[in-house]
Design a protein around this ligand. Structure first.
Ligand code: AHG
Ligand code: MN
Ligand code: MN
Length: 334
């Protein structure tokens, strides 16, 4: 079979997608260049003095690793110049970044977690970049306002992630299924390796940070305990896996099925994960692959974000496993 690149796939195989336009493929092209630049630096991390922290604490109250900062700068630089974007938001920046008049502007809005799982960087474990793309509401011109960005995940036109691991991957949806591409370093292109990815209906792995169990409320506890006792799709007990990089834990869930859980806990009523740059894009991918994503009460894609850095509890993966959690939360709500 001939090699199929991402752009070729978008133009030839997703013809029905309204986003298979020149502008969108241009955006994607520049996003891919950013992904490749980040991957290249990560591959050489131990040699380049980019491990460890910057000494700065970000808007989320978390220590910024050097690689967070490098990935963030690379993405902002390239997205600002790609001609398809009018505004962007990053996990690392408190405010909306509007593309200035010195650059060509388009009508897409991009939201990203430049480096996800950065605390795993120093131990050479898979990390990633997560992105979510919206289109500006029709008829809007001039300076982008916050309400144009604070929209439910259902309105995303594309979403995906790069994963920097044994190989570098791009997993992408433009609303016509989910497709996985692997970087061929010799060719310098992401080539189609995982066409039409589907999350199994029922899985055999549950994934969460059980170190927080004493802080969880009764619904979260019962949800996790359900997976200690319920039969998995294989008939036996569920296995437990937790990388601590959302991209890596989600990627495994995409392929093997099962469930990833980051519930709310004492002191953090909305959990830790960011709605706009983490939960929404992964929820779009999960649903496009036949899976589901909820906060225990509401479908993630229906939630209205109230601020750029809003957080949400997240239960995501195989439909049957996510439904089991919804049923437990519904019982506790009574
Ligand atoms: P980030 O590196 O972008 O700040 O994200 C870290 C997130 C996510 O990748 C991971 O699933 C989660 O934090 C792990 O959190 P805990 O250490 O609380 O389990
Ligand atoms: Mn993250
Ligand atoms: Mn991050």
């Amino acid at each position: 079979m001939a090699d199929i690149t991402v752009t070729e796939h978008l133009l030839l195989h997703e013809k029905r997608s309204p986003h298979a336009t020149g502008r969108f493929t241009g955006l994607l092209y520049d996003l891919i260049v950013s992904g490749k630049s980040i991957a290249r630096r990560i591959n050489k991390a131990g040699l380049l003095d980019i491990l460890g922290g910057t000494g700065v604490v970000n808007v989320q109250g978390e220590a910024v690793q050097k690689i967070d900062d490098i990935a963030n700068r690379l993405l902002i630089y390239r997205m600002e110049r790609c001609g398809a974007i009018c505004a962007m938001s990053s996990e690392e920046n408190p405010d909306l970044i509007r593309v200035g008049p010195e650059f060509p502007r388009g009508d897409y809005i991009i939201i990203f977690d430049p480096l996800d799982g950065s605390s795993n960087m120093d131990v050479d474990v898979n990390i990633g970049t997560i992105f979510s793309i919206y289109r500006r509401p029709a008829g809007r011109t001039g300076e982008v306002t916050l309400d144009e960005v604070l929209r439910p995940g259902m309105e995303q036109v594309a979403a995906g992630y790069f994963m920097y691991g044994p190989s570098t991957m791009l997993v992408l949806t433009t609303g016509a299924g989910v497709h996985g591409f692997t970087l061929d370093p010799g060719v310098g292109e992401f080539l189609l390796s995982h066409p039409d990815m589907r999350i199994p209906e029922h899985g055999w792995i549950y994934s969460c940070n059980e170190g927080y169990r004493e802080k969880w409320g009764p619904a979260a506890r019962e949800a996790v305990e359900y997976f200690h006792k319920a039969p998995s799709c294989k008939g036996g007990a569920y296995s437990s896996r937790y990388v601590g990089s959302l991209v890596a834990d989600f990627h495994r869930t995409m392929i093997y099925g099962g469930i990833y859980m980051y519930p709310e806990y004492d002191g953090r009523p909305n959990g830790k994960l960011r709605m706009m740059c983490e939960a929404n894009p992964l929820a779009m991918l999960a649903e496009q692959a036949g899976g589901a994503a909820t906060d225990g009460r509401v479908r993630i894609l229906e939630k209205q974000p109230t601020e750029l850095h809003a957080r949400t509890p997240l239960f995501i993966g195989s439909k049957k496993d996510v439904e089991a959690v919804n049923a437990i939360y519904a019982r506790h709500a009574k």
